[in-house]
Unconditional design. Structure first.
Lengths: 331, 658
């Protein structure tokens, strides 16, 4: 018998044995085991003349793969009672980590504005009075500063009390048209309670260019609200006061908890206050070297914590900074 | 600002119900904190000092409803001597007091106010004192102009001097407390002493009592900044100072003074002295703005007809002249916030209603440019969360005096944070590791199984005379520092960055576990096992901080594809016995030094110590994969390589095959 005939014989014997009712284990040990017939052929292969070895070896390897495949398939198809798996046992998988809910919301908001063509820009958290106040038309010793209590390091250095200084930095660096958002940490000397924290996060938005109107501001924020909270969401603009915008507006969205029917979250009003906005004040534009006659623009800012609390129904802002695994695990 | 609607009705016809008035005001930009019965509690923004008065609220209501406002007629019957012969007013600090007026009455009968006035004041949140004091408060609420009434007989020298306080001058205010003043504080004094803290609070010594017969009414305009600073320094705020800080109107000063005299004569009798003592700068010219209806459309994206613009601005009390393309608008009395064109554009938008402005999405298509920082942060977060780590959010500061840093990023003095009261309770953090270890400690206390945690955030440090900050990726993980190392290696590997650890003596880490992290050869952070001073955990924890900006710079988000090898691999596992001191790097080097190019990888498997291994030694198992790019490797080829590898290990590290 040539070596090739032996290979064919082993394959035929395997098929016969497989049909005869041998178990898969028996088949495996008879053909593929340490003293199995395939192994025998490998030993024999070494004795062949060198010029034959190559091709013979390849054929033998093919046989081995084929038989391995056949036994594996047979094993897999085997209807066996003792191998049944209790599928009510917990599944096996590496445990996933979690992303912090504040950053999840941050990403979610940023994604919406990315789709609308806003670049993301960042600014430092240690700022100067000039950027945090003066350039934003908030003069020293003005009651307008009451709304912006601030942690000072030493004048003129402070930790920013809002993300609006990034507007100033951006307008000084870029020329219109400008379309950016600026997410980041901000600081206020508030006593921590369920609704206040000395550190929190804001996302600021800014568009400046020729022909930008309040109607565009409404258009952008309407798209944002619908993207965040669904097609049916509507927005409402109320006049307000921010020294760096005019006209200024507070923006409410129709309550996404109750569908604007009235609930404790919206205090039965059907509206939830979500952000502040307005047309960039001409003094602010001019201060950044942008001609306020040729250009107009709008800015808006929102609190990431507040939106996250509303989104998940988190009752206390302090939960975000405690980092209890029992809290983080839920996101 | 509490507004009883029954009182407001005196000046304007309000809508049928308090709820309707509240809604109207809210949509005009006046916050309504509460509606209780007949009383609206308004939240007035800093720009709208005019709304700190009933007449201001009436005007706002009127312009929105297109209704007329009724301003009380003021007519005073002056019956007594001329005031100039009786009292004297001297303004020494003109820069802090542009206008000071005094009127006087004699023979006044101080007593309780009539019920209607008591009710109105109490509904507005002010307690009734006596008729004269009540009238000053009533006029303050009506007009927004604070007034002060002195018992004229207690004014020594019948003289009023408006001056800066003398150094260390003291005054007992009507709240019964004594205040120490400085040169920065403005006072109202008589010939001898301070009798009021100007614009903030009157003095106890000259207050109106039931014994008062002669009354001097002060109505003035004080510098807003001075009043604000004085109030802040003395931690003293009053209805008067609140309004002075926001600015009162030059013309209202005199109106309010006459209104008060009129009411005193009506309700407390007596005679008004003729004339007024008025020490004032010339009446300032009211600002005039050019308002272009075309510009209104440019800003709002909605056009409003010139006629309607005129109607709105006139309704606010402004004088409007000029043609339809450019209106000339003179600022209304009491509206210090209306000076330039855009101020009026806001008024037009407000009164027309923001809801009438359309939503316009034609702001142009633009493709946002991805910020590399965002892309890398996303990749790092995804990878770390995928490997089981929890992302944390910790404070950027700590209570002053608590550990806020490790001695790696800076050795400068801690950076204090001062709150508006000047208290320093916190310092900015100078590293992230202490807070992350604290997260593990808290969760250990709550019996949570510990797991890796991470945060990407700023740390802060002094940089010369200024301050700097650094964006840092911090990771902490229970167990030895190899856990943290593995996480860091994995994420850096996905970003195509090679990480190298260089042992370094870092005092805050356990000795023998500390290393600097090098990215592309430059020091970018540290890694090791947290030392006892840093970690309060019951078991060891690894910790690392890496400069995130350097990661962003070095990251290769797109790496070129290399085709993979399709030849079958040959695996060989070896277990060798080594001296304890031998390091994995030495083993790997010994292997690679002699291995053929077909050695694809060497991987540490495990360590064994104990039975069969002599003391001071360890058995290390490792796996090797051999593969040639172009053919199937033969057994003898691989065996030959393994033999030389064992030789090399023996020669370099006295290792023996186990």
């Amino acid at each position: 018998m040539t070596f090739y005939e032996e290979i064919a014989a082993v394959r035929a014997a395997f098929e016969k044995d497989a049909a005869s009712g041998l178990t898969t284990e028996q088949l495996h040990s008879r053909y593929l085991g340490r003293e199995g017939r395939v192994r025998e052929l490998f030993t024999k292969l070494k004795t062949l003349p060198a010029e034959q070895k190559g091709d013979a070896g390849k054929k033998l390897n093919d046989l081995k793969s084929e038989l391995e495949g056949l036994t594996a398939r047979r094993e897999a198809a085997k209807p066996s009672t003792d191998a049944a798996v209790d599928l009510s046992l917990p599944g096996r998988a590496p445990e996933l980590g979690r992303r912090h809910p504040i950053y999840k919301t941050w990403d979610e908001i940023s994604r919406v504005f990315l789709k609308l063509g806003f670049d993301t820009v960042y600014g430092p958290e240690i700022e100067t009075e000039e950027h945090n106040f003066e350039a934003l038309n908030i003069p020293l010793d003005h009651p307008a500063r009451d709304g912006f209590d601030t942690f000072y390091i030493e004048p003129p250095y402070l930790v920013r009390s809002h993300t609006s200084p990034v507007q100033i930095r951006t307008m000084k660096q870029r020329k219109p048209p400008i379309r950016v958002i600026a997410p980041g940490k901000v600081f206020r000397p508030d006593k921590p309670d369920a609704g206040h924290s000395p550190m929190f996060h804001q996302i600021e938005g800014l568009i400046v260019g020729p022909g930008i109107t309040f109607a565009h501001l409404k258009g952008v924020l309407d798209l944002f609200a619908k993207s965040m909270w669904g097609e049916k969401t509507s927005i409402r603009f109320r006049p307000s006061y921010f020294p760096f915008t005019e006209p200024s507006a507070e923006v409410d969205v129709s309550c996404f908890i109750c569908g604007a029917k009235g609930c404790p979250v919206c205090k039965q009003s059907g509206w939830v206050e979500i952000l502040g906005s307005g047309m960039v004040h001409p003094k602010v534009l001019a201060g950044c070297g942008i001609d306020p006659e040729a250009n107009t623009g709008f800015a808006f800012g929102m609190g990431v914590e507040r939106i996250t609390m509303l989104k998940y129904g988190i009752p206390d802002i302090r939960r975000f900074y405690e980092n209890h695994f029992a809290f983080l695990r839920q996101f | 600002m509490k507004v009883p609607i029954s009182w407001l009705k005196e000046y304007v016809d309000p809508p049928a119900s308090p709820a309707e008035l509240a809604k109207l005001l809210v949509m005009a930009g006046v916050g309504v904190e509460s509606v209780e019965g007949d009383v609206l509690d308004l939240e007035i923004t800093a720009n709208r000092a005019d709304l700190l008065s009933m007449l201001g609220v009436a005007r706002e209501t009127g312009v929105n409803l297109r209704k007329r406002v009724r301003v009380p007629e003021v007519a005073v019957a002056e019956g007594g001597d001329n005031i100039t012969g009786v009292y004297q007013v001297e303004v020494a600090a003109k820069e802090l007091c542009p206008r000071y007026t005094a009127r006087a009455l004699t023979g006044v009968k101080v007593g309780p106010s009539p019920a209607w006035m008591v009710q109105r004041l109490e509904a507005a949140g002010i307690r009734s004192i006596n008729n004269v004091v009540d009238i000053t408060n009533y006029v303050l609420l009506e007009s927004g102009q604070p007034l002060h009434a002195f018992d004229a007989r207690l004014l020594r020298g019948r003289k009023i001097v408006v001056r800066r306080a003398n150094p260390d001058e003291k005054i007992t205010a009507i709240d019964g407390k004594e205040y120490k003043l400085t040169r920065d504080n403005l006072v109202i004094a008589d010939a001898e002493r301070a009798v009021a803290i100007a614009g903030v609070m009157g003095g106890k010594d000259s207050e109106i009592t039931n014994a008062t017969v002669d009354v001097v009414i002060e109505s003035a305009q004080f510098d807003p900044v001075s009043v604000r600073r004085t109030g802040r320094r003395l931690a003293l705020s009053s209805d008067s100072s609140y309004r002075f800080e926001r600015g009162v109107d030059y013309d209202t000063v005199d109106w309010a003074s006459r209104r008060a005299v009129q009411l005193i004569l009506q309700l407390a009798g007596g005679k008004a002295l003729a004339g007024v003592l008025d020490v004032s700068v010339p009446r300032p010219v009211r600002p005039v703005a050019k308002v272009r209806p075309a510009r209104i459309a440019q800003v709002l994206g909605m056009s409003v007809s010139p006629a309607r613009v005129r109607e709105i601005l006139a309704g606010l009390g402004a004088q409007v002249a000029g043609g339809d393309t450019e209106l000339e608008v003179t600022s209304p009395v009491g509206r210090r916030d209306l000076r330039i064109e855009v101020d009026y554009i806001e008024e037009v938008a407000r009164i027309e209603g923001y809801d009438r402005i359309p939503c316009d999405t034609s702001f142009g298509l633009r493709v946002a440019i991805d910020n590399p920082e965002d892309l890398v942060r996303e990749a790092v977060r995804t990878a770390l969360a995928g490997m089981g780590a929890y992302e944390c959010l910790t404070w950027s500061f700590a209570e002053a005096g608590t550990p806020n840093r490790v001695s790696f990023w800076t050795d400068g003095a801690p950076i204090p944070l001062r709150d508006p009261q000047g208290t320093i309770d916190r310092t900015l953090r100078e590293s992230l590791a202490p807070r992350l270890l604290e997260v593990l400690e808290i969760n250990e206390r709550y019996k949570e199984p510990l797991r890796p945690v991470f945060e990407i955030a700023h740390l802060y440090r002094r940089e010369g005379k200024a301050y700097g900050e650094k964006n840092v990726l911090a990771i902490a993980a229970p167990g030895d520092p190899l856990g943290v190392k593995g996480l860091a290696e994995n994420i850096l590997d996905t970003l195509g960055i090679e990480m190298e650890l260089r042992p370094a003596p870092l005092g805050f880490l356990e000795a023998g576990t500390a290393a600097e992290v090098l990215l592309n050869g430059a020091v970018a952070g540290y890694l090791g096992q947290a030392g006892a001073a840093l970690s309060g955990l019951r078991s060891p924890a690894g910790v690392a901080e890496i400069d995130f900006d350097l990661i962003v710079k070095a990251a290769k988000l797109t790496k070129p594809y290399k085709d993979f090898n399709r030849q079958p691999p040959v695996d060989r596992d070896l277990a060798v016995v080594l001296a304890d001191a031998a390091t994995w790097k030495q083993v790997e080097d010994a292997v690679r030094a002699v291995a053929p190019p077909t050695l694809e990888s060497v991987r540490f498997l495990n360590e064994y110590k104990g039975k069969g291994i002599e003391p001071g030694h360890k058995s290390w198992a490792f796996a090797m994969t051999f593969r040639a790019p172009d053919r199937t490797l033969t057994g003898p080829e691989v065996e030959g390589a393994v033999t030389s590898i064992l030789e090399s290990l023996k020669g370099r590290l006295q290792a023996r095959l186990r």
